[in-house]
Design a protein. Structure first.
Length: 496
């Protein structure tokens, strides 16, 4: 995963580049800028080490989360710098130099940078050799894809104890618990700091994690938490590097039921060929606690994780980058599932990331497609919206029991496309011998979809079929069924 540059880093970059603005500028050297203050009281900082050749700049940028290679140009007093590993055609740092400082921005954040001093240096974590490979015993969990809610898509760093409690309440009152959504998962930014013994506390947003877990459990739900194998999480908070066993024991003592483990800063220490042993280390630590904890690997599909995820104790693993609330992002993530299909099954699932349903940037038809494709591909169903105030339409999508039944089918097979094109057909075998079928309309306008029995791999003729969004039985005539599908919508059937 590319480094997530923060205010400090950005400012450094700006400072560095912008100081080169005068005639015969020389930006070679180190530049620093203070970054954001975290919820645990720590302040991020960054160092940019640049070399200049004419108006060309190359170098590295570091912050608490790791290091990235950068390159860019200085034109007069103006600097633009790019992350060399990013495909983004826009510079991530833009700024101008004046009077020995650089003023600029990264995204919507403003920065001021200055030449670095020895006090600005960021210590490099000591390298820890990963363990030798061996199988981690299966924990017996996630025999169907996990269902629940995760805080990140909507709340990000603003999640707190009260939000989690009210979400747990809403999981029950909305009917989501009864529909199978049982995990209430806290994502990044809950962390405090480590004490002299390495014990990690929570920050002020989560005054008592054990009490919070007890509250969630009192609702008949389970609770999840977040960390990573690097020194820092994606949000720059302390992660579990070097403290795997200690943290796992702490999670178990709190009553945690689910761990999302995010690669992030581990990529600044380990190459991708170390993914498996690094994730195995936490898998061993969780197993040693004796507590059943679902283990979710978040490594963005790197390293062919679907082939070794079960070996490290994983119950699910990300096969994609982060999703966003858009049609293109959603469809890009689901298409990356196609080669992973043979590796899905009870206890181990491919994860195209969380649901965006109800967050407001796609149409209702697109959200139905989102829900359908996640169910067809046996993906975890982790809602990411504000379930305390769902519209009736959002409820009808997330609580569609017939679609959920396809996702939770105990056979555990993942759908594959049998037809591509503007009307793309996916087929998923089910335990009772039937199949679930999804025909996605990639056009913006309505189109007529035709499902042919000969495409479904069924033995014999079609006995019955049901439209899972219309909630009605439909009939195949002469071995086929046709229906109109709205733009970016889906026809989803269960066919016997």
């Amino acid at each position: 995963m590319a480094i997530r540059l923060t205010a400090g880093m950005a400012a450094m970059l700006l400072a560095v580049s912008l100081t080169a603005c005068k005639s015969e500028p020389n930006l070679t050297g180190k530049w620093a800028a203070p970054g954001k203050t975290l919820e645990n009281g720590e302040q991020d900082k960054g160092i940019i080490d640049l070399k200049q050749d004419g108006n060309q700049l190359t170098g590295t940028a570091r912050n608490l989360g790791g290091q990235a290679d950068v390159k860019g140009t200085v034109q007069g007093n103006h600097i633009e710098l790019f992350d060399t590993k990013s495909n983004d055609k826009k510079p991530f740092i833009v700024g101008d130099y004046a009077n020995g400082t650089i003023t600029g921005r990264i995204g919507d954040d403003n920065f001021t940078a200055r030449p670095a001093t020895a006090a600005d240096e960021i210590p490099t974590p000591k390298y820890i050799e990963p363990p030798a490979l061996h199988p981690v015993p299966y924990n017996g969990l996630a025999k169907t894809p996990p269902m629940g809610w995760n805080s990140w898509n909507l709340f990000a760093e603003k999640v707190d104890d009260q939000t989690v409690r009210t979400m747990a309440d809403a999981m029950v009152s909305s009917g989501m618990k009864n529909a199978g959504y049982i995990y209430v998962n806290i994502d990044d930014t809950w962390e405090g700091v480590r004490d002299a013994n390495g014990v990690l506390s929570t920050n002020h947003k989560f005054p008592d994690m054990k009490a919070l877990a007890d509250y969630v459990h009192s609702k008949g739900l389970k609770i999840g938490i977040y960390s990573g194998p690097g020194p820092r999480t994606c949000g720059l908070y302390p992660a579990s590097y070097g403290y795997e066993e200690q943290d796992a024991k702490m999670y178990a003592s709190w009553g945690i039921d689910y761990l999302k483990y995010d690669w992030c800063s581990a990529g600044s220490i380990y190459k991708n060929d170390k993914l498996q042993p690094v994730y195995q280390k936490m898998g061993d630590a969780l197993h040693a606690t004796g507590r059943p904890i679902v283990y979710s690997l978040c490594e963005y599909g790197m390293g062919s994780v679907e082939k070794w995820g079960p070996e490290v104790g994983g119950n699910l693993w990300r096969t994609t980058g982060d999703i966003s609330d858009s049609w293109d992002s959603m469809m890009d993530n689901i298409h990356k599932q196609v080669p992973t299909a043979p590796y899905a099954g009870p206890g181990h699932w491919n994860d195209p990331d969380m649901l965006e349903i109800g967050n407001g940037h796609m149409t209702d038809d697109e959200y139905r497609t989102h829900m359908s494709l996640w169910a067809l591909t046996a993906a975890p169903l982790l809602a990411g919206n504000d379930i305390r105030k769902m519209s009736d339409t959002t409820k009808s999508i997330l609580l569609n029991k017939e679609v959920i039944a396809v996702d939770q089918d105990p056979l555990g097979k993942q759908a594959s496309p049998v037809k591509n094109g503007n009307l793309e057909t996916w087929v998923k075998p089910l335990k009772d011998g039937s199949v679930a079928v999804g025909v996605v309309n990639h056009d913006n306008s309505p189109a007529t979809a035709t499902v042919k029995a000969s495409d479904l791999g069924l033995k014999g003729s079609v006995r019955s079929a049901r439209d899972l969004w219309a909630h009605k039985d439909v009939k195949f005539a002469n071995g086929e069924y046709s229906a109109s599908v709205p733009g970016h919508g889906i026809l989803m059937l269960r066919v016997h």
